[in-house]
Design a protein around this ligand. Structure first.
Ligand code: NI
Length: 201
């Protein structure tokens, strides 16, 4: 498979990163029930989808995060944003609609974190390379061959669309101890929104 740099994609797709004009949405945190739902496909690519993806990109950069999926801001739709190059926000931004993994190759262990899973990181076994098909805002069907961080981010975000978090892919022991820790924080009145989030996928 070709590297991420060899993507045939319309770059940025007209997105201009302007920190002064950002529309930020609240990122839901585990155990919010919306994060466990399977999101339906988008049937139409219209102005609403454009606005959704713009807000998602703004919210992702501000977090900061490498990727964001619509269910994380409470919108049940198969839409994701990813940018693995935060040095140049907007330049390599992917805004993908109805993404599907059509091929996988190899396996890799990668330490992941998530904007919706506060204060936790763990190694997850993922496919080393993926081929993803998706639609862009200008109604183009694109194929993305990815490895490295981009391959991880694509798998992580598409998991969100299926109602799955990376903690669902770690050992039951680690997951249960994390859940206990979060439940205790909630009991103790800690606001999950105010916890520092790690740079996360
Ligand atoms: Ni995530």
């Amino acid at each position: 498979m070709a590297s991420a740099a060899a993507l045939r994609l319309p770059a940025g797709g007209g997105f201009v990163y302007d920190p002064a004009a950002m529309a930020l949405r609240r990122i839901l945190k585990f155990p919010a029930p919306e994060l466990k739902k399977n999101a339906p496909e988008l049937g139409e690519i219209d102005g609403q989808v454009d606005e959704l993806l713009r807000d998602m990109a703004d919210t992702m950069y501000a977090a900061p995060g490498v990727g964001l999926a619509a269910p994380q801001i409470g919108v049940p739709a198969r839409a994701i944003t990813i940018d693995v190059d935060h040095e140049n926000p907007g330049k390599q931004l992917l805004r993908l609609i109805n993404p599907v993994i059509v091929e996988r190759d190899g396996t890799v262990l990668w330490e992941e974190a998530c904007l919706s899973v506060v204060d936790f990181a763990a190694e997850v076994r993922r496919s080393a390379k993926v081929l993803v098909k998706a639609w862009t805002l200008d109604q183009q069907e694109v194929a993305i061959e990815a490895d490295g961080l981009l391959a991880i981010a694509l798998q992580h975000e598409i998991d969100h669309l299926d109602g799955k978090l990376f903690i669902d892919r770690v050992s039951a022991l680690k997951r249960d101890s994390y859940k206990r820790r979060i439940r205790k924080m909630i009991r103790d009145g800690v606001s999950l929104d105010e916890l520092p989030s790690r740079p996360a996928i």
